[in-house]
Design a protein around this ligand. Structure first.
Ligand SMILES: NC(=O)C1=CN([C@@H]2O[C@H](COP(=O)(O)OP(=O)(O)OC[C@H]3O[C@@H](n4cnc5c(N)ncnc54)[C@H](OP(=O)(O)O)[C@@H]3O)[C@@H](O)[C@H]2O)C=CC1
Ligand SMILES: CCCCCCCCCCCCCCCC(=O)[C@@H](N)CO
Length: 256
C-alpha cells in the first residue's frame, strides 16, 4: 500500500468522505474497494495526471467540498546528479512541484468558499530528503525543499481563511513505489537512508492524520525527524508538533 491510500484509510476510519486522485483507473478502483470493504464511507475516484491543470481542475470541481487537501502524489528516481538525465530531473520537478501547484491552485478557491469556515488543511507530502539534502536525491530533494517554500509562503496568505498548511517528512517507507527505487539506489544512499529505519505506510498514514488534526505545520514521523524539525526550524510557523507532548506531560505532572 502507498502512503496516500494509508492516509485515506486512516481518514475513512475516522468517518471522512474520501476523494482519491491518481492516473491509474485500475489502482484507483482497487483502492476504493479496499477502503469500502473496511469502512462505511463515501469514496469517489478521479483519474487525472497532476501535470494536466485542466484535468485536475475538472476532477476537483466534481469532487465537491474539501476540508482537508492531501497533496501526496510524488515520483522518485534516485541516482547521482552527474548520471541522472535532465529529462528525469524535469519529470520530478513537473510531478512533485508543479503538480502540487496545480492541485492547490485548483482546490484553493473552493476551500476558501467553504460554508462553515471551520478549520481546513492543506497537507503536503515532503520527505526526510526535504529536510536534509541527501546523496542521490539532488533533484528529488530540490522538489521536496520546494514544497516547504510553497507551504511557508502560502500559510501567510491563507491564515485569515482558517486554512492550515502542513508538511510531512517521512523516512524510507515500504510502498509499491519504493521497491523499484531501492533496487537502483546508489550504495551510499542505501547507507544514509538506512540510518533512519524504514516505516510502514500505515504508520505514516496515522501520523499524518494526527498531525493534520493537531494543526502542526511540520509533521516528522520519528524521533530523528523530530530532531531535524528543530535543527532546521528556520522561520517556519512554529506550531511545531514537537511541543505537543507538553500538553500530555503537564496533566501527568499534576497527577490528573
Ligand atoms: N516511500 C518512501 O520511502 C517515501 C515517500 N515519500 C513521498 O510520499 C509520497 C507517496 O510515496 P509512495 O507512497 O512511496 O509512492 P507510490 O509510488 O507508491 O505512490 C505514488 C502515488 O502517486 C500517484 N502519482 C504519481 N504520479 C502521478 C501523476 N503524474 N499524477 C497523478 N498521480 C500521480 C500514483 O498513482 P498513478 O501512478 O496511478 O498516477 C500513486 O498513487 C510521494 O510524494 C513520495 O515522494 C516521502 C518519504 C519517503
Ligand atoms: C538528529 C539528526 C538525525 C539525522 C539523521 C539524518 C538521516 C537522513 C536520512 C535521509 C533519508 C532520506 C530518505 C528519503 C526517502 C524518500 O523520500 C523516498 N522517496 C526515497 O525513495
Amino acid at each position: 500500500m502507498g502512503i496516500g491510500l494509508a492516509i485515506a484509510k486512516q481518514a475513512a476510519s475516522e468517518g471522512a468522505r474520501i476523494s482519491l486522485l491518481a492516473r491509474s483507473v485500475d489502482q484507483l478502483q482497487k483502492a476504493k474497494e479496499s477502503i469500502c470493504q473496511a469502512y462505511e464511507v463515501e469514496v469517489s475516484i478521479f483519474s487525472a495526471d497532476v501535470r494536466d491543470y485542466d484535468a485536475v481542475e475538472r476532477a476537483i470541481n466534481e469532487a465537491g467540498s474539501i476540508d482537508v487537501l492531501v497533496v501526496n502524489h510524488g515520483v522518485y528516481y534516485v541516482e547521482e546528479f552527474e548520471t541522472q538525465g535532465l529529462d528525469v530531473m524535469k519529470t520530478m520537478i513537473d510531478v512533485n512541484l508543479m503538480g502540487s501547484f496545480n492541485v492547490i491552485k485548483a482546490a484553493l478557491p473552493l476551500m476558501k468558499d467553504r460554508k462553515d469556515k471551520g478549520p481546513a488543511s492543506i497537507a503536503l507530502m515532503s520527505s526526510m530528503a526535504g529536510q536534509v539534502g541527501t546523496y542521490g536525491f539532488a533533484a528529488y530533494s530540490a522538489t521536496k525543499f520546494g514544497l516547504r517554500g510553497l507551504a511557508e509562503a502560502l500559510q501567510q496568505e491563507v491564515l485569515e481563511n482558517n486554512i492550515h498548511l502542513s508538511l510531512i517528512f517521512p523516512p524510507v517507507t515500504e510502498t509499491p513505489g519504493f521497491e523499484p527505487a531501492r533496487k537502483t539506489m546508489p550504495e551510499i544512499t542505501k547507507i544514509i537512508s538506512s540510518t533512519s529505519a524504514g516505516m510502514k505506510a500505515e504508520e505514516v498514514g496515522k501520523i499524518t492524520i494526527q498531525g493534520i488534526k493537531s494543526g502542526s505545520f511540520s509533521i516528522p514521523c520519528k524521533l530523528d525527524g523530530r530532531a531535524l524539525v528543530i535543527a532546521t526550524a528556520g522561520l517556519s510557523p512554529q506550531r511545531c508538533s514537537s511541543w505537543r507532548p507538553l500538553k500530555w506531560f503537564l496533566p501527568v505532572c499534576f497527577g490528573l
